[in-house]
Design a protein around this ligand. Structure first.
Ligand code: GAR
Length: 212
């Protein structure tokens, strides 16, 4: 069974979807630790409720990202995980930590990558007049929001949408696709080799897995 560490900064709805899928025996894995950079993240309460160990690793007191990430790496290594899941973790990671966990770290990003890397993705999709928007799960590589996409889910953008309404529509999809990716990884079906994502030894297209 695979050991999983989840990194969060906030609400933890993606964390919850993975907890729920594990409790429903849909994922052959165990969340061994949840790490948050925010002491008041609601996701920590979700982890407590599921009797998962938690660590708060706040940036306060650090003067450089490298120092912070050195200690973050130590915290993660103490859990000895097979997979690190970034679930709304709102810090950019140093290259060394990304490289340390290469092929074993995934992220969920609320846009149809390669569109809208970075922040405020929902408002940017609205401002661009997009008629569809969505979410991507991808392997993490040193360049921000740039690693190979594993799966995407699309939602429509309606004319009078607010960023909040669009975010809620996207998050509904997030809760479906992230547990699926974790399940695949835990079944040894999902890999990243030479910067390419594969599922069942088949290269996943740039727009992510698509069922036939
Ligand atoms: C999610 O919508 C996720 O896509 C986004 O943060 C939210 C966290 O929600 N992630 C990013 O913006 C990463 N750059 P959650 O805490 O309820 O899972």
């Amino acid at each position: 069974m695979k050991s999983i560490v989840v990194l969060i900064s906030g609400n933890g709805s993606n964390l919850q979807s993975i907890i729920d899928a594990i409790e429903a025996n849909q994922i052959n894995g165990k969340i061994v630790g949840v790490v948050s950079d925010q002491a008041d993240a609601y996701g920590l309460t979700r982890a407590d409720n599921a009797e998962i160990e938690t660590r708060v690793h706040a940036y306060d007191g650090y003067s450089s990202r490298a120092d912070y990430d050195t200690d973050l790496q130590k915290i993660i290594e103490e859990f000895n995980p097979d997979l690190i899941v970034l679930a709304g973790f709102m810090r950019i990671l140093s290259d060394f930590i990304v490289e340390r966990f290469s092929g074993a770290m995934v992220n969920i990003h609320p846009s149809l990558l390669p569109k809208y890397k970075g922040l405020n993705t929902h408002q940017r999709a609205i401002d661009s007049g997009d008629i569809e928007h969505g979410v991507s799960v991808h392997f993490v590589t040193p360049t921000l929001d740039d690693g190979p996409v594993i799966i995407q889910a699309k939602v429509p953008v309606f004319e009078d949408d607010s960023a909040g309404e669009l975010a809620a529509r996207v998050q509904e999809q997030e809760r479906k696709i992230y547990p699926l990716v974790v399940k695949w990884f835990c079944e040894n079906r999902l890999h990243m080799e030479n910067g390419v994502a594969t599922l069942d030894k088949t290269i996943i297209p740039e727009t992510g897995y698509a069922s036939e």
